[in-house]
Design a binder for this molecule. Sequence first.
Ligand code: HEM
Length: 461
Amino acid sequence: MWKVSAECFLQNADYWNTVLVAAFSVVLSLMVYKAWRSSTCKKREVPGKLGLPYLGETLAFLSATNSTKGCYAFVRKRRQWYGRWFKTRLFGKIHIYIPSPEGAKTVLTNDFIKFNKGYVKSMGDAVGKKSLLTVPHESHRRIRRLLSDPFSMSSLPKFVQKLDMMLLERLKSVEEKGGSFAALDFCMKVTFDAMCDMLISVTDAKPLQDIEQKCNDVSNMMLSFPAMIPGSRYYKGMKARKQLMQIFSEMIARRRSGMECHDDFLQAMLRRDSLPEDEKLSDEEIMDNLLTLIIAGQSTTAAAMMWSVKFLDGNGRAQERLRVVKETLRMSNVLLWFPRVVVENCVMEGFELKKGWHVNVDATHIHYDPLFYKDPLEFDPSRFDEMQKPYTFIPFGSGVRTCLGINMAKVTMLAFLHRLTCSYRWKVDDMDPSLEKRAHIPRLRSGCPITLIPVKNVEDM
Ligand code: HEM
């Protein structure tokens, strides 16, 4: 019997071999599949801590914002804890910080499609419902097209000429007063005055000061709690906004009545009055975007100018000013990250992003990534001798929302550096690296005080 069975088994050995191999393969495949699934599942969840409902890690974020290290310290710390990708919860919303050029490309090339601009309520209230920053896709396309012309390269020479005169006179004037001043204040005033001249032809000191004060109040409400509590930053900002709208509205009325006519941005917009609807801007659109341009343009450009003074640190011999400007923009990260909201669930670099989450294209991380910039903490303008890889240099964003003032900002910085480095050397009087508290644009708390030394004196030494 046993013999028969053994014979039978031997006869069917091939069959059993096949069964065993098949069973082994199935088990192995199952194990591999399980391992793959668990690895991809783990990979698909963005690491990080969401903290308490609504509050999340808001207090830690605010504490970083209120310190002299600046709000990016919050991001930096979490990267140390969780790696390049991490999630957090701020003011009730889940935020992801996108660390890679590929991620930046995915977000910025899908603006209005898979991602919408993310902004807090106080910021939207500050710039208004018809601002380029807040309008939906269709209006954005039309408004951007109509606003673009005065910011094109061909329209800039007139702006540069006036700016250059202003820089020459004002640098001379501080030189005569001893040469010491805060670079930040100087740059804030020059950019504001030059922009108001170009946009609305306001050049007299008193109205300029009045408009500037009101614009500052509006800027300060951007990251405040949106409740009309008398005395609060939000309340002050909303009041200032209303007064500014009144000032702009009176300006428009005077121009329409023929009492005034200027060769500026506002006049260019009003010249479209008789054109069809989609070829012109409504008064509300003009006024909200005037305010947007002043706010989006002044503190960004002035901060970048201040950082160029700091980074150059008296080295007036910088011949290649364009590379200096680029390296300053890489290192200063005037806009630390670009916020968007996910429109539909998607997967990015293996990580699942859910509808409604906030994704922040982290330009700062990309600009300091040693993979793309060797010794990223070094100020080295010559690194721009080489071509940058796509989406590794994005100080002005990219895609349909690329900075409207990109050329204006660059020429302003170039004109400033030109005037400063041609005629002066300087020394930075306070080396404290502390940043301004509660600021969304990184700026030195000291304002970067400097003392100018005219080149002729340097040569006499
Ligand atoms: C160094 C100076 C500047 C820097 C670094 C800068 C940076 C940026 C960045 C990164 C964006 C895109 C943000 C995003 O994608 O979410 C942006 C948008 C914008 N910028 Fe600038 N900017 C500067 C100066 C200016 C100036 C001088 C103006 C105009 C006077 C201006 C007007 C705007 C406007 C209107 C937008 C919104 C564009 C849109 O949504 O279509 N910026 N800027």
